[in-house]
Design a protein around this ligand. Sequence first.
Ligand SMILES: [Zn+2]
Length: 339
Amino acid sequence: MANPLLVFNNKGIYCEQADVYIDAWRPVDKCIVTHGHADHSRWGHKQYITQHNNVPIIKHRLGDIEVSGKDWGETFTINGVTFSLHPAGHIVASSQVRVEYKGEVWVFTGDYKTEDDGIAEPYEPVKCHTFITECTFGLPAFKWVPQAEVFSDINTWWAQNKSEGKTSVLFGYSLGKAQRLLKHLDTSIGKIYTHGAVENMTNVLRENYDFPETTRITREVSKQDIAGHLMVAPPSAHGGTWIRKMVPYVTASASGWMTFRGARRRRAIDRGFVLSDHADWDGLLDSIKATGCEKVITTHGYTDIFSRYLREELGYDARTEKTQYEEENSESSKAESDD
Ligand SMILES: [Zn+2]
């Protein structure tokens, strides 16, 4: 076979024929960006290409960059290579990248999840020969329950806290998880307050998506104002002094890592809700099957275990490639950008 269509080099995932990178982790000339999380949309590229609705998100994060927005499924050809973006269902405007050259098709998933969360454009299976997949939660232990059940539990928790005169503090990453929470919280229970990082990002997204009304926490908001209501904050804000205003309060985290009992304890969180923006074990396997691919490349997460399972149990030509996405995805990571 000729050179592979996509290779993994020290800057990112590279298509030599088109001289284009995907989700590069070092500055490059031209980069297709799958979604707005920091480990996939890095600073310093000369030219960005991404899905339309991701343009305001990465501009908010990266400032005045040169970026062109594409529609779902819109094809663009560079030196004979045809690219298109397809929904990944991970967060709003998150894409898979389809790459075709001389009849050969590769797909890079970026981060993805298969459950329709009611905000992100739902995951679309794309036929290909080679499928490059994340596997953040690529262990059989990860099995999500339908989000309707999770949100029923979250709203019950909130109502219970309110009846005890306590404020609820719910942690979720400011891009993606926070808006998913906002969208499904039961506002008949009380008001939703937000940490500044969540409020700013949500306001960027309001341009293209609907969310309930939120109130930014400021000095003017008193303890009496917020009592019994709910506050959405990023995990990185845990431990800040703002939380004293909430006393008495109860904390919870919504994350796939809450599958592990120790994760909640280590983070000093009162309650864990298992809610992830990544595919679970079955979601990964179903997605791979739906592509009809022969080759699978696993990029970040439980890559070695997962690719061995694909090879030995399912007969795929599967291997792992090193990327720099995983650092911010691992459970031990302080950055905790994305779960
Ligand atoms: Zn992500």
